[in-house]
Every structure is written in C-alpha cells, then in structure tokens.
Design a protein around this ligand. Structure first.
Ligand SMILES: [Zn+2]
Length: 470
C-alpha cells in the first residue's frame, strides 16, 4: 500500500494511566483513559478508575486526587482488560512518555498471562523533534505552550485528550512523517512472513526471555533459538534479507516458545535441546563461535600483561577466557581495566613512562608514570585476574529471575559442575537438600560449564555458597 494511503488509515490509541507509583513491576494502575483517533478526530474514548488491589500512597493521591476510597468499588484490571484489547487492536499505542504507560499496561496483562503488544510512538520524543527549543517537554508545559484545553490535569482521560491534541500538531510536522514512515515500513514487514505464519501469530509472542522453536510444514522441529525478547528476535529472523532469512521464510510453518524469565536458563535450555533434538537448521553449537582468546603474557619490561589474540587455546597455560569477537573481547577487557583502576597502557604491555589518558581522567592511579607503587598495582591486577578466570569449585546455588515475580530460578553447581536447575517459589524457603532433590539432573557437558562461567560473576545473578555436606 502506498505510504500516503497507509498514513490515512493509521489509527492511534492515545493512552494515559494513573498509578500507585513509578515501577511497573511493583506498582499498579489506578486509572486509565483511552482516546481512539485518526490523528484529527476522536473516534472513541474510554475511561475507568481501576482497583489497584493495593493502597495508594498519600503523595500520589495529592498529585492525582485519586484516593483509596474512590478505587475501592472500581473494576479490577482484568475486568476492563478485554475492552482495552479490543479498543486498541490494530492501532498505534501513543502516550506522553510511552515507556511508562505501555510498560504498566503490558505488566498488568502479563500478570493475567496475556502478552500485550502494540506498535508504539512517544509524544515526548516526537515533540522534541517537532518543536525544538522548548524549556520543557512535560505534558504540563506543552499544554501551556499550545494553550491546549485540559480540565483535570493528572486524571487519565483529560491527560489523554490533551495528548491527542498534541499528537495532531505533531502529525503535521516533518519529524512525524519520518516516524510514520518507519511504522509503515514495520507494518509492511508482514509481507515478509512465511505463508503459514500471520503477523498476529508473531505479535502474540511474549517480549520476554526464553527459547523459541520453528517447525516446518511436516511438523518437524527445524530450529531452536533463545533471546531475552522472543518476539523481537523472531521478527529479526524473517526480516533478514540474507540467505538464512530466506530459508526461514520458506521453511517455517509453525512457532512455539518456552518462557524462562532467566537469561542463563534460556542459554542452558537452548544448549541442552539443540543437543537433544538436533534441529537441522541449527549449525554446530554457538559456543564454537568463540574466536578471540584473552591470555596473560609475561615480558621482562612490562611484567604480566593482558593479550587479546585471534585464537582460543584452552590448553595454553596463559589462557584466561574467550569471546565471540575481538570487539567483544576489547569491550570486556576495558570494563575490567576501569573496574579495577588498572592502567590501559601498562595492563596490555605498553610501557611509555608517561601518564595515560585514564590517569588524566582519574581512573588509572598512575602506574604508567611512576605515581603508584608496583605492589598496590599488582594486588589489583590479581583481583582482576580472579574475576576473569572464573574457576568453578565447591557447591553453589546461582539464583536468577523466573517467569513469574513470585518465583526464582535456582541453578545447582556441585563440586564445580553444573547439575541442573529448577524454579522455586520465593515465599516458601525450602531446604537446600529439597531444592537439589527437585532438580532433574543433566549430564556433564563442557558447553554448560562455559555458559555457567560466563554468568557466574554477573551482577544480576545471586550466588549462595553451600557447605561441603548438604
Ligand atoms: Zn595509566
């Protein structure tokens, strides 16, 4: 469809919500206002208070005027969920700071076990482009600037109506044309999909972490992949204009998925299942793609220094860790250098006897120009090495997120070997031995060890050291 016609046909759902606070994973919606518009006229609107099933903090009530009593008889979110799905079907989701409103609504649907996804645009982002140079892009300021009518500020429908007026101004501007073009391009991607897969099918995939499966026309499993965002990763497969993308378009007749909530679990499940099912479109294990090795070399002028090399040799006594590319290796090494206040020159064997850039900006303590003594520096170098060279020994639980907020994924490591994982409720605190009993054991695989090592020191993974006897 030509762009002009598409633009004419786009429908927008301008949405504003009030909440009990700022965090979608913890706070709840107290009011929602929806305006359906073609960009000029209001086609439909909806407004409802929502019982948040939790209390509204006083400072929020002061801002919105919505108090606990007002919402006590209001419908709960699940009672209006169907209406919201139907009203916003095939529309572009619009909000002032869309991440906030979209995030909360998506989260409410997630609690109901439903994956809510819409194309979205943000009137803050677009206002900045369309009307540059304003003091502030808050809705309040834009309302004032354009003299937009808004009866009750911070109530959902009135804010949504004001945002609708703002949207109509934005749509008349050039930056909006570019943004709309992008949306139309995305919508047209639907034409790239395999014959048996509808855009709805892909849009109903969750935007969460997990493993996905492609089946061919005869129902055979053709491909297994993992992602922290299943839906967007699946889209990418079909957008791909390379040979593989084309192949996928011809092959895939059905898609299924398994949410894991945990990135580490997604990696392990993918690795396990590729080995088990051997889907014919999966090439050899992805871990074989690690091409760059980090080594600790020695030189009598420079002492011990890090060396990124275009080879991975785990039998080399100086070998530390491997990365998928030189770029990834450099990035990881730079993070380590900054974290331990090492010198970016000295740590890679460059001895110039002059201050490095990092010393000038305060990260490097000056080993490069004689301002730090050798002993202190070597201590930090040792700490950095310990962090890089993860040696798995002892018994551990690694704890990560799960699909539900009420649960967590526990990975069990026994004598340094990954044994399996399970999902437990956060509320009951089971004994370590019960957790271990409920794990379906996996056989020892070098790939699992690599994956576990890569995640062992990630800040979002909680580690629990277990005694030697459990
Ligand atoms: Zn330095």
């Amino acid at each position: 469809m030509p762009y002009k016609e598409m633009k004419k046909n786009l429908t927008y759902a301008v949405i504003d919500i009030e909440t009990t606070g700022g965090r979608a994973d913890r706070d709840r919606i107290t009011e929602i206002g929806v305006v359906i518009t073609d960009g000029k006229n209001i086609i439909d609107s909806f407004e409802s208070l929502v019982n948040p099933e939790t209390s509204i903090p006083y400072e929020i009530t002061r801002l919105t005027g919505i108090d606990n009593q007002m919402v006590s008889d209001a419908p709960k979110f699940y009672e209006i969920a169907k209406r919201i799905v139907e009203m916003t079907e095939e529309t572009i989701f619009v909000a002032h700071n869309v991440r906030f409103d979209y995030g909360f609504i998506q989260e409410e649907f997630r609690r109901l076990g439903y994956a809510y996804t819409r194309k979205k645009i943000c009137t803050v982002v677009l206002s900045r482009k369309a009307f540059p140079g304003l003091r502030s892009y808050s809705l309040g300021n834009l309302i004032q600037h354009f003299n937009i009518e808004a009866e009750r500020r911070h109530r959902a429908l009135d804010d949504a109506k004001a945002t609708t007026v703002l949207l109509s101004y934005i749509l008349d501007s050039q930056p909006a044309v570019n943004e709309i073009n992008r949306l139309v391009r995305d919508l047209n991607l639907a034409s790239l999909l395999p014959a048996n897969i509808s855009a709805d099918k892909i849009n109903s995939l969750p935007e969460t972490c997990g493993v996905y499966y492609f089946y061919d026309r005869s129902g055979e499993l053709a491909y297994i992949g993992k992602s922290i965002n299943i839906k967007s990763r699946v889209w990418e497969h079909f957008k791909g204009i390379n040979h593989k993308g084309e192949k996928m378009q011809n092959f895939v007749a059905d898609i299924s998925y398994k949410e894991t909530g945990s990135e580490l679990a997604a990696y392990l499940v993918e690795s396990y299942e590729i080995k088990k099912f051997k889907p014919y479109l999966n090439k050899a294990s992805k871990n074989s793609k690690l091409t760059t090795g980090l080594y600790i070399r020695y030189d009598k002028h420079a002492g011990n220094y890090f060396s990124l090399e275009n080879r991975v040799d785990e039998n080399d006594a100086d070998y530390l860790i491997s990365y998928p590319s030189l770029r990834a290796g450099k990035k990881a090494l730079n993070n380590i250098i900054r974290e331990f206040n090492l010198c970016p020159d000295v740590s890679i064997g460059i001895v110039k006897n002059q201050p490095c850039f990092d010393h000038m900006i305060g990260y490097c303590y000056g080993i490069c120009c004689g301002k730090e003594n050798q002993e202190d520096y070597l201590k930090r170098m040792e700490l950095a090495l310990a962090k890089i060279k993860v040696k798995l020994e002892g018994n551990w639980f690694l704890v990560d997120k799960a699909v539900s907020y009420e649960e967590q994924t526990v990975f069990y490591i026994e004598d340094g070997i990954y044994k399996g994982h399970c999902v437990i409720s956060k509320e009951d605190a089971p004994m370590a031995s019960d957790i271990i009993d409920s794990i379906k054991p996996v056989s020892h695989q070098i790939d699992y060890q690599k994956i576990i090592k890569r995640y062992f020191n990630k800040s979002f993974i909680k580690k629990v050291r277990l005694g030697t006897t459990i």
